[in-house]
Unconditional design. Structure first.
Length: 248
């Protein structure tokens, strides 16, 4: 795991965008795994800018999003479909048929998960963008999720509902379930780019570096992946005492 230290959120986003662009340029049909939440918003802004400046095209890019709430339609402002369209896809030249996000309104969630996972197996993800939950979740894989999990429906942890309620009118509106890529699905990506910013993530960052690999802290599995880059800002690294592994 390479840990790259940056000053702040802006620098983290810029650095991540440069890495993504560099990889897209090297691949003929790149496949990106994408995340939502507040963390990757700056990355998407920077990628849009680079597209507008003709530095990059997304026309041959295929994307798979990590997760989606169940019960929310694509045009619900709190759905991850809506987030991705408004914050990224509507502003770049991606082919809409190359975009994949789990269907939160599927009539059969079991089938939806199997189908989604099969698509990913067939189109191996080159770079998976990840954020991290305060409790160490990746995607929506909450503590206790088996490392061998594939795309599945999850019951969201109370702390995740609480943390994500900031986007909703009130906490009762936050869905209690979601579809998420499984941990094994995520781990099959060629490269993982984990973005960590802000003091709220400082404890998770410290645990990521120092905890044993355990299903109690899902992100700890990343220690077993051969190609992970973590870009963390100073606030996120505030609780890490031993910075010898960190590239500053
Ligand atoms: C959500 C998403 C995750 C995201 C995490 C952190 O629950 N499902 O993919 O990484 O929260 O969100 P934020 O970046 O807003 O802190």
């Amino acid at each position: 795991m390479d840990i790259i230290c940056v000053n702040d959120y802006e620098e983290m986003s810029e650095k991540a965008a440069s890495i993504v662009v560099e990889h897209i340029k090297q691949l003929s049909k790149p496949t990106l795994g994408l995340a939502t939440g507040s963390t990757p918003e700056g990355l998407y802004k920077s990628l849009i800018q680079k597209y507008q400046q003709n530095q990059i095209s997304f026309k041959d890019v295929t994307t798979f999003n990590l997760d989606e709430y169940t019960g929310l339609s694509k045009d619900d402002p709190n759905s991850y479909h809506y987030y991705m369209s408004h914050r990224f896809f509507d502003h770049i030249d991606i082919n809409p048929s190359h975009i994949h996000i789990p269907n939160g309104k599927a009539s059969d969630f079991g089938q939806e998960c199997i189908k989604y996972d099969e698509y990913i197996r067939k189109n191996k993800i080159d770079i998976q963008i990840l954020g991290i939950g305060e409790n160490g979740h990746i995607g929506f894989n909450e503590p206790g999720t088996p490392f061998a999990s594939r795309t599945h429906v999850v019951e969201l942890a109370e702390s995740t509902i609480q943390a994500n309620s900031r986007y909703f009118k009130n906490i009762e509106e936050v869905p209690t379930k979601a579809i998420t890529m499984g941990i094994e699905t995520i781990m099959e990506s060629n490269m993982i780019l984990l973005l960590v910013s802000g003091e709220k993530k400082a404890e998770a960052m410290e645990r990521l570096l120092n905890d044993n690999v355990s299903e109690d802290f899902p992100a700890s599995i990343l220690q077993r992946h051969g190609n992970v880059k973590v870009i963390a800002d100073k606030k996120a690294l505030a609780k890490v005492k031993d910075l010898t592994r960190v590239l500053c």
